[in-house]
Design a protein around this ligand. Structure first.
Ligand code: G6P
Length: 608
């Protein structure tokens, strides 16, 4: 995701900014740029692609500036290219801005600025903000930023410079992290500690609704309503690697723990609760095709395939459109029949999985509208699809996918409501689902806060050789995903099965050495799955049950119970999968395995 670094002091800014941007690379980005004040103009350099492209233009350059801002962009509004890269300059060339986050009302603001004669070069929301600041500027940069931000809806972490203030960087934060670094006669601002720890370890963490200025002489900050703030300096003594992992031992754990935020990010601006509607910008021009769709085809691999299976339940149940989910590798080679009015969605975290990409090309060739559900902005699948939806879950680094799965399922829930509304879903049903969706991030947080019990279960079973995972209905794909997570990182053999199918084979494996994880929340299948638990217990199998908060029916049967909060039954996979992610993580960690880079696996599989 986007990264911010700003420096003002007595050293040359360019190497310092480049180094800071390198430290932010691990977050993922698609373009970068810097702005400097050195003389009568702001100098800007922006490049699509890797930082090396920017570095090559800058090194050996004559920039001796001692103030500047730098940015790595992870595209949200507008394609990743040189023009859309940050910093953005105001039309009059006097102000440069870098921005993390999304300005939700930028279209409205842009219309107002257009009537005042402003023009825009990029497709970004950020260029609107820099011009809004220019509109309010009357000699005091911080005051102009405050006035502009009072009109902004959305999230931001920003750093701003003005050619007439070669000693100042103004910053502000709402929903996107920023930290001020304090050195001797020099100050830094960054979105991430990693970008500044080589220069200073004395920092002030900013909170939402704060705005301020760093200069060579000091730093001040106030609240957006101009009330004062008093906050002490924190001394950091983590290593760089620990910082990149946000203090967690592994990226996978960090990614599991950040799901309350990534889920909010995936839903942001997309849920119109008042009217019970869903807005997915990347599908707007395909709404007619989606209304006409007689069949939906979901193409994916690995965890994304499991998210597609949940999507099948959601779309068929809520929108009544037939859905087929296929392993991309099978689809592309089996001469599939594509009937007219088929809409395909290729689902991929990386957007680069070769089988998914080729399956998408095949579906397109055969006349299906080819849309994508992708996390990595600007990836090949995102570029080659005819439209689609980004997850906005941020870079996923741990090889075992976690936060991408819950964001994919969230997108499917939104898509099912959108399709359902086109086919007669009532206001009240849509609103009920939207309200339930909005609660999911805090409910995930609740599960994460009670993970001690899952650590204990992992301790009990980390030496097991086999696991069985069972689920029914929409929680059957969760059982598949739980089993995949466990085998990927702990190398314990695990199989996921529809609970009722157990009788047709796997039941032969059950004895007192076989832990059986049963995903059994309250829903219409509950009584049936309780019978399946009885069948396991009758054969001495050890049951770990995932149940709804207030359900005590399974207590007498299960050896271990993990409770998850109540939600709409269609959204349950978003909660039931969390304990399974944690169980696999802790089992692998207890075995001292390389959790983030398990043997033989790759994050992005670009070979067949
Ligand atoms: C690899 C990864 C999995 C991922 C799968 C599909 O196998 O290790 O975690 O689910 O590829 O990747 P994609 O990027 O297309 O979702």
């Amino acid at each position: 995701m986007c990264g911010i670094i700003g420096y003002v002091g007595s050293k040359e800014a360019v190497p310092l900014l480049l180094n800071g941007l390198k430290r932010l690379e691990y977050r993922g980005y698609d373009s970068s740029g810097i702005a400097l004040i050195d003389g009568p103009e702001i100098q800007i350099l922006k490049k699509k692609g890797k930082l090396e492209a920017l570095e090559q233009e800058l090194l050996g350059g004559k920039q001796k500036a001692t103030i500047g801002i730098g940015h790595t962009r992870w595209a949200t509004h507008g394609a990743p290219n040189d023009v859309n890269a940050h910093p953005h300059l105001s039309g009059n060339g006097s102000i440069a801005l870098i921005h993390n986050g999304i300005i939700e009302n930028y279209i409205e603001l842009k219309k107002t600025l257009l009537t005042k004669g402003y023009t825009f070069k990029s497709d970004t929301d950020t260029e609107v903000l820099v011009n809004l600041i220019a509109e309010f500027y009357d000699g005091d940069l911080q005051a102009a930023v405050i006035r502009a931000l009072r009109r902004v809806e959305g999230t931001y972490g920003i750093a701003v410079i003005h050619v007439d203030h070669p000693d100042e960087i103004v910053f502000a934060r709402k929903g996107s992290p920023l930290v001020v670094g304090i050195g001797e006669g020099e100050y830094l601002i960054a979105s991430d500690l990693a970008a500044m720890v080589e220069h200073t370890r004395d920092v002030v963490f900013l909170e939402d609704g704060e705005v301020g200025t760093i200069s060579r002489n000091g730093f001040t900050h106030i609240k957006l309503d101009e009330s004062p703030i008093s906050r002490s300096v924190t001394h950091i003594d983590f290593t760089l690697e620990q910082i990149e992992k946000g203090g967690y031992k592994h990226f996978m754990l960090k990614e599991i723990m950040e799901q309350p935020i990534t889920l909010e990010d995936s839903m942001r601006g997309r849920l119109l609760e008042e009217v019970g509607e869903i807005r997915l910008g990347g599908l707007t021009e395909h709404l007619d095709a989606l209304t006409r769709a007689e069949r939906i085809l979901l193409l994916a691999c690995g965890t994304s395939y499991h998210a597609g299976l949940v999507g099948e339940y959601l779309i068929e149940d809520l929108a009544r459109v037939p859905v087929e989910v296929e392993y991309a590798s099978e689809f592309r080679y089996r001469h599939p029949v594509i009937s007219p009015n088929t809409v395909s969605f290729s689902i991929s975290q990386s957007g680069e999985t070769i089988d998914t990409l080729e399956a998408m090309r095949e579906a397109k060739k055969q006349g299906a509208l080819s849309l994508g559900i992708v996390n990595t902005v600007g990836s090949t699948i995102a570029r080659e699809s005819e439209g689609g939806v980004y997850l906005h879950a941020g870079p996923e680094i741990g090889v075992a996918s976690t936060k991408a799965f819950t964001s994919q399922v969230t997108i499917f829930a939104m898509l099912a409501i959108l399709l359902g509304r086109q086919r007669g879903m009532s206001d009240s049903v849509a609103k009920e689902l939207i309200i339930a969706l909005k609660k999911i991030p805090s409910q995930v947080d609740q599960i994460l806060k009670h993970q001690d019990q899952i650590v204990d279960i992992a301790k009990t079973f980390s030496r097991a050789s086999n696991f069985l995972y069972l689920g029914r209905g929409i929680n059957y794909p969760v059982a598949l995903e739980g089993a995949l997570k466990l085998k990927e990182i702990s190398y314990i053999h695990a199989e996921g099965y529809p609970a009722a199918e157990m009788k047709h084979g796997p039941i032969a494996l059950i004895d007192r050495h076989m832990p059986v994880v049963v995903v059994a929340p309250q829903d219409k299948n509950h009584a049936k799955i309780v019978s399946n638990i009885e069948e396991v217990r009758a054969r001495d199998g050890v049951v770990i049950a995932i149940v709804s908060e207030d359900d005590h029916e399974v207590d007498r049967l299960a050896n271990h119970i993990i409770r998850v909060p109540e939600t709409h039954p269609s959204l349950m996979p978003l909660l039931t999968v969390i304990p399974l992610q944690l169980l696999s993580y802790y089992a692998a960690d207890l075995l001292n395995l390389d959790v983030d880079k398990p043997r033989n696996l790759a994050k992005s599989v670009t070979v067949e």
